[in-house]
Design a protein around this ligand. Sequence first.
Ligand code: FES
Length: 405
Amino acid sequence: MSKNEKNYSDKDLNGMSNGELARLGTELDDVTVAYRKERFPIDNDPAEKRASRAVALWLGIGVLSAIAFLGVYIAWPWQYKGLGDEGVTLYTFYTPLLGITAGLAILSLGFAVVLYVKTIIPEEIAVQRRHDGPSSEVDRRTIVALLNDSWETSTLGRRKVLQGLLGMSAVLVGLVIAAPLGGMIKNPWKAGKLGIQGDGTLWTSGWTLTEKGVKLYLGRDTGALAVKHETDAGEHYSTQGVTRLVRMRPEDLAAAAMETVFPLPEEDVNDGDLYDPTRDVYETHMHSIHGPRNAVMLIRLRSSDAAKVVERVGQEDFHFGDYYAYSKICTHIGCPTSLYEAQTNRILCPCHQSQFDALHYGKPVFGPAARALPQLPITVDEDGYLVAAGNFVEPVGPAFWERKS
Ligand code: FES
């Protein structure tokens, strides 16, 4: 009969009990158990019950916290509420509650495991001599036996309640970690509110509204914030009468200058002769500013430069005099192409240094971007304000599978 390198045949190994294999494994691994003491040598020791209950308590807290986290994550009102809105108090608790319940779930599971090891598993000090090389058959068999022995020693096999709680809390804590990833899964093709063909989030922007016949002004961001009011009830902040976006006239921009503008629907205008101090348009203006594809660079070229412009076929009438409006969203991977260099008429994206030529329909001339910046058709209305003359004719931002241009 063939013997393996440690002189134990398969028959020898098969004839050994789990305990014998575990002991053999310890010896063969050069492990010396220097100290070992059972925690509860006497059966039915009340101290054992107390220790077990403490572990169960922490596991129970972990399970309840994980369930609470999932409940808050799914059912708590999370939609943004501004100051003074109905439900703002509940909304402000959303994030803290997620943090508290998730933290408690993970910490409780950690406490329970540490407590179990410290109070129930036998105390042991083992020392192993280090050696090199691959594991032999004997080592592999004995390590399995040692693991089995650890399971037996842990006494977890006969503690059904702890076993169940541990399993449940491990699964729930896993869910606590994995569930927030669900919030990142979105269908980019889901139809939006506009009810027009291709109204998915990647196809449209705030400028798409022009297709519904709404006049869209080029709104300049004033940076205005809520203002303080003194009333009999004390001081408070309000956005009433605060106008974040204002309409622009061509003369508001000097030659060789650039201004970032956002879509400002006619119904949300609150400036100039339409100013009404009792109106609150702040939130709608902020929605426009935060729209991921809304930012547009309005560039006023010097007249001498404007004379050199090469228009893109089909976009010859997209500009208004010396004024050109290009999407600010880089066609590489979507950073804001914030830098307009007036001397060279180049637009620079600071992320990966793509450069676009403002005199050449925003086509890329350097860097990783491969497509021109989409151009927004603009004009002025009867009152002399700059307005969008239509929608972009191509999707704004980086490339994606389905786009054709
Ligand atoms: S995102 Fe603009 S160059 Fe990369």
